[in-house]
Write a new protein. Structure first.
Length: 691
């Protein structure tokens, strides 16, 4: 007789708490602690996030092996120097990226009791057969609702919804465009998710890039449900949550390739893919209407630096069993051929190191490209160079990857930047951030002479191991120009390969999966259009290549024999601006005012009126910022002041005592004068003080 499988059920006393994050002084930790405290104050209790009396679905829940704690990845810890009487050794200055064997006995472990905000129980079951067929006889409907990531680069987030269940695939951020003045980040508008919070079961993450995980610390303030992702992806998310004091308040579950997690009537399987970061996954999502494949960001790499190849066999099995729709990466769809293997960059590094054995080498790349970093380290070891890692995000990612043994760094290879001066140039290599021209990144500070430890000179070879993200071209060019001015050598040829599928990669995957419907994702409209044409070239009907937009509700319905789709509604979607600690308190009107101020400047008109008589006591005085240089435009400013004086005199003579009308007349008259005089339209701000 088979032994009955033991399970641990997790219950929560309250449904999800929506926290108002428009309070600029509310930190992520404050928000979640407020949510936790609210649980005990509710007068009406619910069970497992459901209303009393509602029939419980036996498939919902997290099935975790009995007595098995939930482990969350940590980061490396520095070693104590107490044996040396507190003296700081050279090794203590080197960032601790761990080792091949984790000897840290203080690694944190969380049990299920550490997560009081669980809204539902979920079932996690490891697939015993990676090629197990999905169930037949589909009957029902599913909605696919992209809330970001379409017709843009970044902010990827998609809702998958059935009658009883809602899950979110990815939760990324976007970086602001040049006209979003003062904005730090853009995160998705999750108004729709909050309106369906009673259905919300969890976040399922494809990989650890910022455009797929970066918004989680903000969104989790409002919707705290479990996160499911692969090992490295979850470790990077954990790092973010630790920085925000949220790590003990969010439940996370590490998923393996071939493993499935059930959310009521939705089941999600993680499928191995290749990308420019390790542990990337595609998702096979079984729903009442059929199987959906979400590729995530991927490419076909037959010779990956670390780990296995993309699991093309599993994709073929899914295609054989029948796939309703595939949501595919479209970023490189316009580029012909296959995407080159990451190993090809390693050969380029070898040539560069061999040719410049008497120079210091500085390599700028994406912090998240762990395979790229590993190849740089391998080449440095081969040519007997010490390695310096510079840039906060680079240090963080390598720390996490090294602890998880995704990066292997021989002992004695790393040195701290403080010790860089102790080694000759030909014995060092720097791995740094700043490949996208970010103004405060390490490479930009080196190029501008602002870096305190690294000074660029004629003996430096700078390798730009990335391509500019659309919109960053000018910033990258600026950094390169500054490097050339310092007489450094800059190498950009054959130093980067993409992590996204080119045309032939997409053809291969579409041919294997054979979806009935193609839904190009992840890219601008022209990228997605190219992906749709590729799908058509391998057999997908033209009218079944669906070019939906952010906010569209695409619904598939099947009665067991025939499947139909419809796009009948559109929900609120778009970006929410993050400015400092404020989230969502800056909108289009504020951005427009900032744009006007930046383009035309401002003139403040100040005058003082006697409260009862209305007589002019002082002014009008004009104060200009960003409009003209006052010392060189005294005549213009005096004419402007007289224009305002005439308006004020007319108002006072007519005994006008409505200060609002007086301000509007001042603004209109001064604007007309300045436009006629110099064709400029500054922001005019009248200020009337009463005494």
């Amino acid at each position: 007789m088979k032994e009955e499988k033991k399970q641990t059920r997790v219950k929560a006393d309250s449904p999800h708490r929506i926290v108002n994050i428009h309070r600029s002084n509310l930190t992520p930790r404050d928000a979640l602690e407020e949510s936790a405290q609210h649980k005990n104050s509710r007068s009406t209790k619910t069970m497992n996030g459901r209303r009393p009396g509602r029939k419980r679905n036996a498939e919902e829940g997290v099935d975790v092996a009995a007595k098995t704690p939930v482990k969350t990845p940590g980061t490396g810890r520095g070693r104590s120097n107490s044996a040396e009487g507190g003296k700081r050794s050279e090794s203590a200055l080197v960032p601790n990226f761990g080792s091949r064997r984790n000897t840290n006995t203080n690694k944190r472990e969380y049990s299920l009791e550490d997560f009081p905000l669980l809204a539902n129980t979920m079932e996690v079951q490891e697939s015993k057969n990676k090629g197990k067929k999905p169930k037949n006889g589909f009957h029902g409907s599913v909605k696919i609702i992209p809330l970001g990531g379409l017709d843009q680069i970044g902010m990827n987030i998609t809702a998958i919804e059935t009658e009883d269940t809602l899950i979110i695939v990815d939760c990324g951020l976007a970086f602001p465009s040049g006209d979003m003045l003062g904005i730090d980040l853009v995160i998705p508008d999750i108004s729709y998710i909050k309106s369906k919070i009673h259905k919300m079961k969890g976040f399922v993450i494809t990989h650890g890039h910022e455009d797929h995980i970066g918004a989680l610390p903000y969104v989790l303030q409002q919707i705290n449900v479990p996160i499911y992702a692969t090992k490295l992806t979850l470790a990077l998310i954990q790092k973010k949550l630790v920085e925000n004091g949220m790590d003990k308040l969010v439940k996370m579950k590490t998923m393996k390739y071939g493993q499935s997690v059930s959310f009521g009537d939705i089941k999600v399987e993680f499928v191995k893919t290749n990308h420019s970061i390790q542990d990337a996954a595609s998702l096979a999502i079984t729903t009442p209407a059929g199987v959906l494949v979400h590729t995530g960001d991927f490419k076909v790499d037959y010779t990956p630096v670390f780990g296995d190849q993309i699991d093309l066999q599993r994709f073929a099995e899914l295609g054989k069993n029948g796939v309703l729709a595939m949501m595919s990466d479209s970023t490189n769809a316009e580029k012909p051929g296959f995407t080159m293997s990451e190993r090809s960059v390693g050969r380029t590094f070898d040539l560069i190191f061999a040719e410049h054995q008497n120079s210091r080498i500085i390599v700028a790349t994406f912090a998240s490209n762990v395979d790229r970093v590993q190849q740089i380290i391998n080449t440095a070891v081969k040519y007997k160079r010490k390695v310096v890692v510079e840039g906060r995000s680079m240090v963080n990612v390598i720390s996490v990857a090294s602890e998880l043994e995704y990066v292997h760094i021989p002992e004695g290879t790393l040195i701290d930047i403080e010790n860089l001066k102790d080694y000759p140039d030909e014995q060092t290599v720097l791995i740094t951030t700043g490949s996208q021209g970010e103004s405060m990144a390490a490479l930009s500070r080196m190029a501008s002479g602002m870096h305190r430890k690294v000074h660029i000179g004629p003996n430096d070879v700078v390798v730009m191991s990335s391509h500019p993200i659309p919109g960053n071209e000018l910033a990258v060019d600026r950094v390169i120009n500054e490097l050339y001015k310092l007489r450094a050598k800059v190498i950009m040829q054959d130093t980067h390969v993409s992590g996204h599928a080119c045309a032939e990669d997409l053809k291969l995957l579409y041919s294997l999966v054979k979806p009935k419907y193609a839904i190009p994702f992840h890219g601008e409209f022209h990228h997605r259009r190219a992906a749709a044409l590729i799908a058509q070239s391998v057999g997908v009907e033209k009218d079944q290549c669906l070019m939906i937009d952010n906010g569209d509700v695409l619904e598939f319905t099947t009665d067991g024999e025939e499947t139909t789709y419809s796009i009948k509604e559109k929900v609120q979607a778009g970006g929410v601006f993050v400015d400092g600690l404020g989230i969502g308190d800056v909108g289009n009107i504020v951005i427009r005012d900032r744009q006007n101020l930046s383009q035309n400047g401002i003139i403040v008109v100040a005058l003082t009126l006697e409260r009862y008589s209305g007589n002019l006591m002082a002014g009008p005085d004009l104060i200009s910022r960003g409009f003209v240089y006052v010392r060189e435009s005294e005549d213009l400013m005096e004419e402007a002041r007289l224009t305002v004086q005439n308006v004020v005199d007319d108002c006072l003579q007519s005994r006008m005592n409505d200060w609002g009308k007086i301000k509007n007349l001042i603004k209109d008259s001064l604007a007309d004068f300045l436009w006629k005089k110099i064709k400029r339209n500054p922001v005019i701000l009248p200020v009337i003080m009463e005494v």
